[in-house]
Ligand binder design. Structure first.
Ligand SMILES: [Zn+2]
Ligand SMILES: [Zn+2]
Length: 209
């Protein structure tokens, strides 16, 4: 107990980044990400996603457990015009698509599946990065639960408020931005190294100089 603490600040690793390489299983709920135009953010949060009419995996909403993949979208636009949403996705019945010209590449939904999953390091020539890609048929399976990336601090705060209002989780800790519901106490306390209040559930805290 008498060890001297020589670091300040911390960063937690979310378990979903560790499970990204795991198989996408039917019936499970996953944290996933979706990058889109910042100007569409409010509409998506309040009205849900508008599925793409076509794409590598046909019609549906394109998402990924890999945040770096989500960050690339939309392609060729400035980062200040982008937002990456953190999502909860109820996968439903999952079809693995792991090769070019897969017979169900665009018709998985017509064959009774809710979600198409291209695993990491697949042999699909269209996915050069080798990152996971998922396509969800029904936007109702997707809930926006947070803003993973948005360079404008003010806008990010506004979007988070809207997300909490839509999800009924607006009783939110001002430090960690997470819901206080569910019985967890957010006992904020003064940082040991700077004059900021911190919450034990904050994933990251950088000390004020
Ligand atoms: Zn908190
Ligand atoms: Zn501090």
């Amino acid at each position: 107990m008498d060890e001297t603490i020589t670091f300040s600040g911390w960063e937690a690793i979310e378990d979903n980044t560790l499970s990204t390489n795991e198989e996408l299983k039917s019936g499970h709920t996953y944290t996933m990400y979706h990058g889109t135009y910042l100007k569409l953010a409010n509409t998506i949060i309040s009205k849900g996603f508008q599925p793409s009419k076509d794409g590598l995996l046909g019609a549906g909403v394109y998402v990924s457990r890999n945040i770096d993949k989500a960050k690339c979208y939309p392609l060729k636009i400035d980062v200040k015009d982008k937002v990456v949403f953190k999502l909860k996705v109820r996968a439903g019945k999952v079809k693995k698509i792991d090769s070019d010209n897969h017979p169900m590449q665009k018709t998985w939904h017509q064959n009774g599946y809710d979600c198409a999953w291209v695993p990491p390091r697949s042999n699909l020539t269209a996915i050069k990065s080798g990152r996971e890609e998922d396509c969800v048929w029904d936007p109702k399976r997707i809930t926006v639960v947070g803003v993973a990336c948005c360079v404008d601090d003010g806008k990010r705060k506004e979007l988070r408020k809207l997300i909490h209002r839509m999800n009924g989780t607006d009783d939110v800790c001002s430090r960690c931005n997470q819901s206080k519901r569910g019985g967890r106490r957010h006992d904020t306390q003064l940082c040991w190294n700077c004059p900021e209040m911190i919450c034990p559930f904050q994933s990251k805290h950088e000390c004020k100089p």
